[in-house]
Ligand binder design. Structure first.
Ligand code: PEP
Ligand code: MN
Length: 363
C-alpha cells in the first residue's frame, strides 16, 4: 500500500501554531458576512489560526438550510483579509472545488456523505489533479470519514487525493452514522480512526467532536478524550448564537464556551527533555517486566502440562471446577490487596486457564 510519503503540514502549520495540537474552528454554516466576522474575530483573539464554515451544506433531508452558496465565499475572503486566519470550506463536487480555489481558500474538506461514494470521490480527485502546480502545493485537503465505518472507503478517498498530487492532507473523524440511537449523534467507533492512523502514521488525524456528539455538552469531553488518545487536532463548530444557528444548532459552542474548552486541554509541549527521558526509562522498564511476565507464563504452562500427566495417571478429568473456583477466589483476594481490578483478573485467568486446559487435553 502507498504509504503517503512526503506529506506537508496542513495549512502551513497555522493550525498547530499556538497549542501544539491542531485547532480548526468556526460555524457549521456561513449565514451572513456579519456572523462570520464576529465569530472569526473572537477566534483569532484566542490564537485560532484556521477558520471553518460550510458554504454548501449537505443536509440529509430536503427543506433544511442548504448553505448560502457561492456568495459566502466572498465573506470568507473578508475573514481572511481582516483576521489573517486560513479559511476552509466543504466541497462536494468539482464545481465547488473550482469556485473555492478561485476565491482563494487555504483548504477544503470533503464531507462524510461525499467520501461514502467512490464516484463522487473520483470526480473530486480528478478536479484536484487538474489544479495548477502551485495551487496543489498550497491547498490543504481534509478527508472526513465516510458515513459507514468502512476503513477502505476512508483510506481510498485519501489515496485518491494523494495520487492527484495533494500533499497537505489530513483526516477528520466525525463519527459514523449507521448506529442505533444512543448518546452520540454519530458514534465514534474509535478503532476505525486508530487503525487508519496505524496504517498512515504521518497523516494528521483530527477529531470533530461537534458532529460526533451532536450536542454542545458532549463537545468538551470528546475533544479532551481525542487529544488524550493522541489525535493531532480538533475541528469544532463555533457560532455567536448557537440557538439561532441555521444548521446544527444543538451542537455548536459560543466563542466563550470554546475558549473554556481550550483551557481544559493542556497544550502539547514537545521540548520537555526530562519528561521525555523519564518516559523512555519507564518504557524500558515495561519491556523488561513484559519479558519476565512471559517467562513466568511459559514456566506456568510447563507446570500445567506436568499436572496434566498426573491427572491422566490418576484417571482424573482435565477440568476440575472446584479447584478452578478456589484459584479464582484466592487470586481475586490477592489482586484486590494489590489494587488490581477484579473483573480484569478474572478475564485474564479465564484465558490462562483455558490455555492450560487446551494443553492438558492434547497430551
Ligand atoms: C460539517 O462539517 O458541517 C458537515 C456537514 O460535516 P459531516 O460531513 O461530518 O456531516
Ligand atoms: Mn455541522
Amino acid at each position: 500500500m502507498n504509504k503517503l510519503a512526503n506529506l506537508q503540514p496542513l495549512f502551513e502549520g497555522k493550525a498547530t501554531r499556538t497549542h501544539g495540537y491542531g485547532i480548526i474552528a468556526g460555524p457549521c454554516s456561513a449565514e451572513s458576512a456579519e456572523q462570520l466576522l464576529e465569530t472569526a474575530v473572537a477566534l483569532a483573539a484566542m490564537g485560532v489560526g484556521v477558520f471553518r464554515a460550510g458554504v454548501w451544506k449537505p443536509r440529509s433531508r430536503p427543506g433544511c438550510f442548504e448553505g448560502a452558496g457561492s456568495e459566502a465565499l466572498q465573506w470568507l475572503k473578508e475573514v481572511k483579509r481582516r483576521t489573517g486566519m486560513a479559511v476552509t470550506v466543504e466541497v462536494g463536487t468539482p464545481e465547488h472545488l473550482r469556485q473555492a480555489v478561485e476565491a482563494g481558500v487555504d483548504g477544503v474538506w470533503i464531507g462524510a456523505r461525499t467520501v461514502t461514494n467512490p464516484f463522487d470521490m473520483a470526480a473530486i480527485a480528478d478536479a484536484l489533479s487538474q489544479l495548477s502546480g502551485q495551487c496543489k502545493d498550497n491547498l490543504s485537503v481534509m478527508v472526513k470519514n465516510p458515513v459507514v465505518p468502512d476503513l477502505d472507503l476512508w483510506a481510498g478517498a485519501v489515496e485518491r487525493c494523494y495520487d492527484a498530487g495533494i500533499r497537505r492532507l489530513g483526516l477528520i473523524h466525525r463519527g459514523f452514522g449507521y448506529c442505533a440511537p444512543g448518546t452520540y449523534r454519530n458514534p465514534p467507533v474509535w478503532r476505525v480512526p486508530i487503525e487508519l492512523k496505524r496504517l498512515y502514521p504521518s497523516l494528521p488525524l483530527y477529531c470533530d467532536p461537534s458532529h460526533i456528539g451532536g450536542n454542545s455538552r458532549l463537545v468538551q469531553p470528546l475533544a479532551h478524550q481525542a487529544i488524550a488518545m493522541g489525535f493531532d487536532g480538533i475541528m469544532v463548530e463555533v457560532h455567536p448564537q448557537p440557538a439561532s444557528a441555521l444548521s446544527d444548532a444543538s451542537q455548536q459552542l459560543t466563542p466563550d464556551q470554546f475558549e473554556q474548552l481550550l483551557g481544559t486541554i493542556s497544550p502539547r509541549l514537545n521540548n520537555d527533555q526530562s519528561a521525555q527521558q523519564q518516559l523512555n526509562d519507564l518504557r524500558t522498564e515495561i519491556d523488561r517486566l513484559d519479558a519476565q511476565l512471559l517467562e513466568i507464563l511459559a514456566k506456568r504452562m510447563t507446570v500445567a502440562r506436568q499436572i496434566g500427566k498426573y491427572k491422566q495417571q490418576l484417571g482424573l478429568p482435565v477440568v476440575q471446577p472446584e479447584r478452578y473456583r478456589q484459584l479464582i477466589a484466592s487470586l481475586s483476594s490477592i489482586g484486590e490487596a494489590a489494587g488490581i481490578d477484579a473483573s480484569f483478573l478474572q478475564n485474564l485467568y479465564r484465558q490462562i486457564h483455558e490455555e492450560s486446559v487446551r494443553q492438558q487435553s492434547k497430551q
